[in-house]
Design a binder for this molecule. Structure first.
Ligand code: KIV
Length: 273
């Protein structure tokens, strides 16, 4: 049984639920290994643009790019819920286009979609939900707004800004989003949003009091080229492990010790002199 949006919708810590665990995944092996670890949700994030495709922001992926990676993640047949990010411009130019783009991600294997923004996305959220597509919200530091925000900056730092975030969150909840990602806000704002909402919050750089946490898997595994953000905890150094392994392979090829007899097919009798 895969984890549905409605199962996640019920995961409020104040009602006794354990915190929701979400990580990003962009390919079949990553989805398979993360699913084996028992995560609740796999986010095919548009961070694909940064951590897989090498761009400086998330503005450089299309719905087609996202669908390609959703198909790979879905091929792992995870028990975890698969949620796909709607990329920049796939839901900004009209409600009908947004439904079409979300439908492509669902047909690629996602069980829900995530989009950034609050009250301004009300019509889009309503249209997606009336097309039977579960929607996860995303507020706070919304990376698709990097140009408008003038960089990646912690949000909700003033009373007014925190109040606006709360208003946006309540609008998303009233429109029916099943869960809300809260990114890059002071701890207290993460706590207040979590308290004010009946839907679960999933934090990234929003402190420990949200109903769940999400990390970009490349950050968690030590596979990113930039120093990680303050909120990242690194659980492995796979980048170093990868370079060491490839360097040992290169040395073995160069010194003639790879491949050896056990790694070679036997010569059939007929080919022997
Ligand atoms: O694309 C992504 O990885 C995300 C997370 C940072 C929440 O949206």
């Amino acid at each position: 049984m895969t984890t549905s949006a409605s199962t996640l919708r019920a995961r409020k810590r104040r009602d006794g639920a354990t915190p929701i665990v979400m990580v990003t995944a962009y390919d079949e092996p990553t989805a398979r290994y993360a699913d084996a670890a028992g995560v609740d949700a796999l986010l095919v994030g548009d961070s694909l643009a940064n951590v897989v495709l090498g761009h400086d922001d998330t503005l450089h992926v299309s719905t087609e790019d996202m669908a390609h990676h959703v198909r790979a993640v879905a091929a792992a047949r995870p028990a975890a819920h698969v949620v796909a990010d709607m990329p920049w411009l796939s839901y900004h130019v009209g409600v009908d286009a947004a439904v079409t783009h979300a439908g492509e991600l669902i047909r690629a294997g996602a069980q829900s979609v995530k989009l950034e923004g609050g009250a301004v996305r009300r019509d889009v959220v309503r249209a997606l939900i009336s097309a039977e597509i579960p929607v996860m919200g995303h507020l706070g530091l919304t990376p698709q707004s990097v140009l408008a925000m003038g960089g990646y900056k912690v949000q909700g730092k003033t009373r007014d800004a925190a109040k606006l975030l709360l208003e946006d969150a309540l609008v998303l909840q009233s429109e029916g989003v099943f869960c809300l990602v809260v990114e890059g806000v002071p701890r207290l704002v993460g706590t207040q949003l979590t308290r004010a909402l009946d839907i679960p919050t999933i934090g990234i750089g929003a402190g420990p009091d949200t109903d769940g946490q999400v990390l970009v898997i490349h950050d968690l595994l030590g596979l990113t080229k930039r120093p990680p953000a303050k909120f990242v905890r690194r659980y492995a150094d796979l980048g170093t492990a990868m370079t060491d392994a490839v360097a040992r392979y290169a040395a073995d090829v160069r010194n003639g010790s790879f491949p050896d007899d056990t790694e070679s097919y036997e010569t059939p009798e007929e080919l022997r002199d």
